[in-house]
Design a protein around this ligand. Sequence first.
Ligand SMILES: Cc1cc2nc3c(=O)[nH]c(=O)nc-3n(C[C@H](O)[C@H](O)[C@H](O)COP(=O)(O)OP(=O)(O)OC[C@H]3O[C@@H](n4cnc5c(N)ncnc54)[C@H](O)[C@@H]3O)c2cc1C
Ligand code: SF4
Length: 372
Amino acid sequence: MSARRRTASVATAAWRSRSQPAPHRAAHNPLAKAVAEVRFATTAPCRETTPPSTASVEYVRPKDRIDASAHLAGDATHALGGGTDLLVTMREGLVRPERLADLRAIPDGDAITWAPDGSLRLGATVTIAAIAADERIRARFAALAMACDAVGSPALRNMGTIGGNLCQRTRCWYFRSGIPCLKSNGSDCPAVDGENTHHVIFGGGPCYATHASDPAVALTALDATLTIAGAGGERTVPIADFFVLPDPDPKRETVLKAGEFVMGIELPAASSGGRQKYTKILQRGAWDFALASLAVVRRDDNSVRMVLGGVAPIPWRVNPSVEEDVASAPLADDDIGVLAERALYDAKPLSKNAYKISLARALLREAIAFAN
Ligand SMILES: Cc1cc2nc3c(=O)[nH]c(=O)nc-3n(C[C@H](O)[C@H](O)[C@H](O)COP(=O)(O)OP(=O)(O)OC[C@H]3O[C@@H](n4cnc5c(N)ncnc54)[C@H](O)[C@@H]3O)c2cc1C
Ligand code: SF4
């Protein structure tokens, strides 16, 4: 087991190089300063070897939504997007499906469709790369394009689908290493007294794993709605209600019921335009999950949405009373600081992750100034 010393960095560099100055290069930038001050040791827990399943897995290509619903009706079949997470969890022995239903075969599942009113529909199998590269999305829903640009590596963005990205499993080391815990078949959470550097500061208990998706954070700030399909037909769920906290059931991460899958994502015209931004702080310069991130949207109707990522089991919407105060008036520097502290009021760090409060504070200050 080796300990590595790391310095965090702000990495939305690919986007910034095209459209914005790089704030981490500006010596006076408070966000860059907060990031530069974060130095910590990471120690990966020992890996318990859970043998991967050697059983053969059937692969099916549903021809439409009804066919997919029929295949997914039993626990034995799992939805397959790009496979960048599912195949890894299978190899790690965390899931053992008997059948994979490849949702990419559903016609128009990867369509990007604009309605005349300016709202946007993304099929669940649109790739992360396609969203990041779409010029109209970059212009109208910039926070989403920036978040997609910040996902992993080019290969992951090219293979990964937006539906799979929202439904990916947590990256908690213990869970991923097959160490028994509340998400698997254990009776407690080893992260509480163990290695919790990357865990939550909001909304934790009894599990403290963070939600890993960058796009989910932006989609929450953009008031997206998900279309969910299953044997009983279709239903729509606001993304703010899609992800669930680990209390009372740490094994549950979304409201998806057995056999249901995400069909598409709708972004309302009211969220398009205005001022939008997604900022992500990583431990490494690239190819990494967020230590902390923030999507901020100041809409054309002047309302403000701010959502933190990497700090909670779900995308963490900042208290609406703070958003309202950000929207209401021009703010002086002191006011910005006061509002950032108010947004952090409920933060409860674990033994090794208080640094996330400093990161979130810096992100909030920057976002409030941006939306002001
Ligand atoms: C090294 C590495 C770095 C990464 N970095 C980042 C990062 O920085 N930011 C980030 O956001 N992500 C990151 N990821 C996650 C990556 O983006 C996801 O693996 C990918 O987006 C998942 O998409 P997929 O289509 O491959 O999903 P799959 O692997 O096919 O599926 C993932 C899960 O979702 C389920 N699923 C798939 N599609 C649907 C659907 N339509 N409805 C319901 N359930 C579904 C599957 O059954 C499975 O449980 C990283 C992954 C790796 C391996
Ligand atoms: S934080 Fe959650 S996923 Fe990680 S060890 Fe604890 S219970 Fe398991």
